[in-house]
Design a protein around this ligand. Structure first.
Ligand SMILES: [Zn+2]
Length: 654
């Protein structure tokens, strides 16, 4: 238990070796065990009563895939049949696996007595079954949307022996939603949070330990001192100021909280000491004595010395009382840099370095991140990364190539596990997410081959224009410019600033060509699904364009209002699609603020320009009447009513 990562690295070596062996062996003998031959079942699934939900789902998936591929339905029995010609496929955990099997790894053994689908935990069983689906049956799930699931038809099916081990210890994605999100996770071997995830316990958490409600009144000295004032605002969530990290009681309370957590949650191996999600760090004399001279970086001033000193104190105490348990921390924002006052963190600290890896189109930005990864790899033996694929963009923010390069660099430089804010916009991000899922499992997978297969499987006779569509989206995002951390988060202006209508028009023309040329109704339906989402992207880009001439062209106002209507129409479709409706795109203040908040400025300017122009050239009453007609005919009146906005001007031009 003391050296989990050493175990995992040695396992990966074992996995590589056994892959070579199984390839060599398969050339010499019948390849695996046949479970269906010429439409006839040769096997039966054995699932013990009371099996874990993940094992039941793995069983359902296996039966579903066999039925879709061959038309044969495999029986499921609670026990192996004593005799009979049908071989048992036993779905179940643990029996006789090597002790260094990762918690969500396993094995498939196809031998004389039948087939065993084994995992160190039910998550390992699920991944073993998913590997059979992918590698033996050719099943693919490219989007969490039923029509993008591919099951090749087959007369016969075989299951082969293999070791199942992921590259990264967990591959946990947030932001996947909709009716088929769980199947997308399962079939792409991403991490399922329904069983405790080893070595994962991150999330802003200090406010739950040092709480304003609990300690604020009696112990204001527990909280950050800034400009002579103790920071006691906050609702014990992300807005609570950081604790004073050099206060001995803060360390004591944190040690007690960690110990209590482990005693109460024996199945969990990690407790979070992640900072609160704000910049209010302590600058008291004792904290400042560690952090000064302050490092002022573009992401913010650094407080790593005082923070990681505190983390180390808690970790050393927890190592004494709870060996084999871990503390999770973010290297994030104001504590992004490794501390200068130590060279190493205790081995029971897991560090998750947060990285906006899609900024790596900018080589200078990328190199800075790489220096940071290398530096942290020296400080901790448990380096994880926390990356952002989706940040709620309306125009394309995607690059399968950057996602793949990041994962390969991470694997070579000691990164053990990946958390990913995936928050997809499926109209254009599908290939990036799919490539990332495949490489998080096997970092050496061939990206070009995956992309070829993706487009061939999803788009058949129009794979070429669809590949060109996605390539244009990637080119749109990766144009040379300066990388900016969290660029465009909750604001449309940065998207406007970097928009390139020419590339988006090109992307759209590939999409339309594919839609027009395919002869296959299923492929047409898939492209139509993507195009509906892309209509929203196009409408937003049209609005950027319309804004440029909204005040100085004769129909500028009308055009801007019409683009706002088009965005609204496209959005109405988006919110009916469960796979899109997550935090960034669902109805509510966040979307309103970003989308309609952007429209308010240019619309008001355009309205004011037209209103003033009418009042300059016509008598007041006539201008007012004319204005009313313009507002009604352009759709502005109805649009403002729907948004509950009012623009008021009087005849003095106000
Ligand atoms: Zn302090």
């Amino acid at each position: 238990m003391a050296k989990p990562w050493a175990r995992i690295s040695s396992l990966q070596i074992v996995a590589c070796v056994s892959l070579v062996c199984s390839v060599a062996a398969s050339a010499g003998r019948a390849d695996g065990i046949e479970i269906v031959r010429d439409g006839r079942s040769l096997a039966v699934i054995v699932l013990k009563p009371g099996a874990h939900t993940l094992e039941q789902e793995a069983t359902d998936d296996l039966r579903w895939a066999v039925r879709e591929a061959t038309g044969v339905t495999l029986d499921v029995l609670p026990e192996s049949p004593v005799t009979g010609e049908r071989k048992p496929i036993r779905i179940g955990s643990q029996a006789g696996l090597p002790s260094d099997t990762p918690y969500d790894g396993g094995e498939v053994r196809a031998g004389g007595g039948g087939i065993e689908v084994l995992g160190a935990t039910p998550a390992g069983v699920a991944n073993a079954a998913a590997t059979i689906l992918m590698e033996d049956f050719g099943v693919r799930m490219y989007y969490p949307e039923p029509q993008f699931t591919i099951v090749p038809r087959a007369k016969s099916l075989r299951i082969r022996t293999r070791t199942v081990a992921p590259q990264f210890a967990y591959r946990l994605w947030s932001g996947l939603v909709g009716r088929d999100a769980a199947a997308y996770v399962r079939r792409n071997r991403l991490t399922d949070g329904r069983i405790p995830i080893r070595h994962h316990g991150f999330g802003h958490n200090l406010a739950s330990i040092i709480s304003v409600a609990k300690h604020g009144q009696e112990h204001p000295e527990y909280f950050a001192l800034r400009s002579g004032v103790r920071q006691l605002r906050g609702s014990d969530s992300g807005d609570t100021a950081q604790p004073c990290f050099t206060n001995p009681d803060v360390a004591r309370l944190s040690i007690e909280a960690a110990r209590r957590y482990f005693d109460e949650n024996p199945a969990q191996d990690t407790f979070s000491l992640c900072v609160n999600d704000n910049s209010r760090y302590c600058q008291c004399d004792t904290c400042a004595a560690l952090d000064k001279p302050y490092r002022n970086l573009p992401v913010g001033r650094q407080y790593s010395e005082s923070y990681f000193d505190y983390v180390a104190k808690v970790a050393e105490a927890v190592a004494q009382s709870h060996p084999g348990r871990y503390l999770g921390v973010f290297a994030y924002w104001n504590v992004e840099q490794p501390p200068r006052n130590r060279t190493r963190l205790p081995d029971n600290v897991l560090v998750a370095l947060t990285l906006d890896i899609l900024q790596h189109y900018d080589p200078a930005y990328r190199d800075k991140d790489r220096v940071l990864i290398r530096a942290w790899n020296g400080y901790t033996k448990n380096l994880h990364t926390y990356v952002y694929y989706g940040l709620g963009w309306y125009t394309p923010r995607m690059s399968p190539r950057l996602a793949a390069e990041d994962l390969r660099f991470a694997a070579r430089n000691g990164v053990r596990a990946i958390y990913c804010e995936s928050y997809p916009f499926w109209a254009w991000c599908g290939p990036m997410h799919y490539v990332a899922a495949r490489l998080q499992w096997d970092v050496n997978a061939d990206v070009d081959r995956i992309l070829d297969e993706f487009h061939r499987d999803c788009f058949g006779d129009v794979a070429a224009p669809m590949r060109a569509f996605h390539d244009a989206c990637e080119r749109y995002w990766t144009r040379p410019r300066s990388g900016k951390w969290f660029e465009g988060l909750d604001r449309l202006a940065p998207e406007e600033a970097m928009a390139d209508a020419t590339i988006l028009r090109e992307a759209r023309s590939h999409l339309e060509k594919a839609l027009a040329e395919t002869k296959d109704p299923l492929i047409r339906s898939r492209i139509a699904w993507l195009k509906k989402g892309f209509d929203f992207t196009t409408a937003v880009a049209d609005a950027f364009d319309a804004k440029k001439t909204a005040t100085d062209s004769p129909n500028g106002l009308e055009r801007l209002v019409s683009t706002a209507g088009a965005v609204e129409t496209a959005y109405e479709w988006l919110v009916t699609e469960p796979a899109y409706v997550h935090s960034y795109y669902e109805r509510g203040a966040r979307f309103d603020g970003k989308c309609w908040g952007w429209f308010k400025g240019p619309l008001r300017t355009a309205v004011e320009a037209r209103w003033s122009e009418l009042h300059r050239s016509l008598p007041a009453a006539e201008a007012d009447a004319k204005w009313k007609a313009v507002a009604d005919e352009s759709g502005l009146t109805r649009w403002l009513e729907r948004r509950r906005w009012e623009f008021r001007f009087d005849s003095s031009g106000r």
